[in-house]
Design a protein around this ligand. Structure first.
Ligand SMILES: NC(=O)c1ccc[n+]([C@@H]2O[C@H](COP(=O)([O-])OP(=O)(O)OC[C@H]3O[C@@H](n4cnc5c(N)ncnc54)[C@H](OP(=O)(O)O)[C@@H]3O)[C@@H](O)[C@H]2O)c1
Length: 392
């Protein structure tokens, strides 16, 4: 008889768009993605505004009965049934909210961008290490079967040594008179919420550069990149267009990561008319199609075979009973497997790598003179910070 899956018990912090998408993924049947060794249980959800919004969240995600609801994050992290907290607040809040959960002895999966700066990321890692807790940045794309397959292909040497990676994750939100479609208070452009293209979207372009050019470097030869960045700022002071060149001189590789809120990576509805990612070596090229955060097809184009193109589709499996499947369940499965195996960090997205990525973003924002307020950049934990106690 097959053994029972290891089941991880989740508490959800915040009730916004991505909290809903992730929770719906948690509630899908793992068998629909051919996963049988781990499973997930939703045990609690908290809203910073009211217990009622936590209750209405449960209705929106069609949660089963018996899930605890809270009107504050402090209550959520005290719930003894919660093993791991999924932090789904704006990135301005990630440091304080993740500290709140870690200090309460909970494991954490924290949405991207991990924090507002590298100093905060380091403090989170130090705290998780000191308290022997699991911690991971929720960069779901790394756990897609498509990403795993592409990393394997590159590692196998099929295209030879990678000389260049180009990745773009951009949204066409341009409006007349120089404005973007978001009101100035919106988290995408509001500096008080760590708004801007880089931390929100550019992180995925960087994810592709890093998972190919940095993650696959042998441990003994790890080389952090040199960063050159150019930034156009929006009227709010947040970055609206950011381009980065990452150079790994020892490895002779170079990556270009792009993001903007002005024009889309592709204009077609599936965002797949052209590749969003190109990984180039002397023997061939791998291209991924679809948004950089969730590509659903890749092509391998070989130079010596007269440009022969192999096309591989990697659709996101849907749970037919819930008519849902977004692709965030794979990162949740990673959390469950790490905890089952007693691991405090994921090999696929180690703490050190999240920190180096934050250092690259720090450097880019510095070069572009983008500044965020002290309340959201401090690396001093304050359980009574308004970021923990609510009050939008
Ligand atoms: N992985 C992905 O694909 C993906 C996609 C989109 C966003 N994200 C990330 O997820 C995070 C949340 O994004 P989202 O799109 O879900 O945002 P959202 O829809 O605006 O939701 C954010 C939630 O955070 C809580 N919150 C607490 N203080 C807040 C404040 N001062 N202002 C606004 N909200 C506040 C609110 O829930 P309560 O009041 O109920 O607590 C709110 O509903 C961001 O870091 C973003 O980068 C990830």
């Amino acid at each position: 008889m097959a053994s029972q899956p290891y089941t991880l018990k989740w508490g959800i912090m915040a009730t916004g768009g991505i909290a809903q998408a992730f929770t719906k993924d948690l509630l899908t049947n793992p068998a629909t993605r051919d996963v049988h060794d781990v499973a997930h249980k939703l045990v609690a959800v908290a809203s910073s505004s009211s217990k009622e919004s936590a209750t209405s969240f449960l209705e929106k995600v069609k949660a089963p009965s018996g899930v605890n609801t809270y009107g504050s994050y402090a209550e959520l992290v005290k719930d003894p049934d919660v093993e791991i907290v999924y932090v789904a607040t704006p990135h301005s809040h990630h440091f304080q909210n993740t500290m709140l959960a870690l200090e309460a002895g909970k494991h954490v999966l924290c949405e991207k961008a991990f924090t507002v700066n590298a100093a905060q990321a380091k403090k989170l890692v130090e705290t998780a290490r000191a308290k022997n807790l699991f911690l991971m940045e929720a960069v779901w794309t790394r756990f897609f079967p498509l990403s795993i397959k592409i990393r394997e292909l590159v590692k196998s040497g099929v295209i030879g040594p990678v000389y260049r990676v180009i990745a773009d994750n951009s949204f066409g939100c341009d409006r007349p008179n120089g404005k973007l479609e978001f009101p100035d208070e919106h988290r995408m452009v509001n500096p008080d919420l760590a708004g801007g293209a880089l931390l929100d979207l550019g992180i995925y372009s960087l994810t592709w550069l890093f998972q190919i050019m940095y993650h696959l470097q042998p441990e003994a030869e790890k080389e952090a990149p040199r960063t050159i960045a150019a930034i156009n700022k929006y009227t709010t002071g947040a970055d609206e267009t950011t381009s980065l060149i990452l150079q790994f001189p020892k490895h002779k590789t170079m990556g270009i990561a792009m993001t903007t809120l002005r024009v889309a990576t592709n204009l077609d509805s599936q965002n797949s008319a052209g590749p969003s990612i190109k990984i180039q070596g002397p023997l061939g090229e791998i291209q991924a199609f679809g948004p950089a955060y969730s590509p659903k097809q890749y092509k391998v184009i070989m130079r010596d075979a007269g440009g022969k193109v192999e096309v591989v589709d990697c659709p996101i499996p849907k749970d037919p009973e819930r008519d849902w499947g977004h692709g965030m369940f794979w990162e949740a499965d990673e959390c469950a497997r790490c905890l089952r195996d007693g691991k405090k960090e994921s090999d696929t997205l180690p703490w050190s790598e999240s920190i180096v990525i934050m250092e690259v973003m720090d450097e880019a924002l510095k070069q572009g003179d983008v500044k965020y307020p002290e309340l959201i950049t401090t690396d001093v934990y304050d359980p009574k910070s308004p970021l923990n106690t609510g009050g939008k």
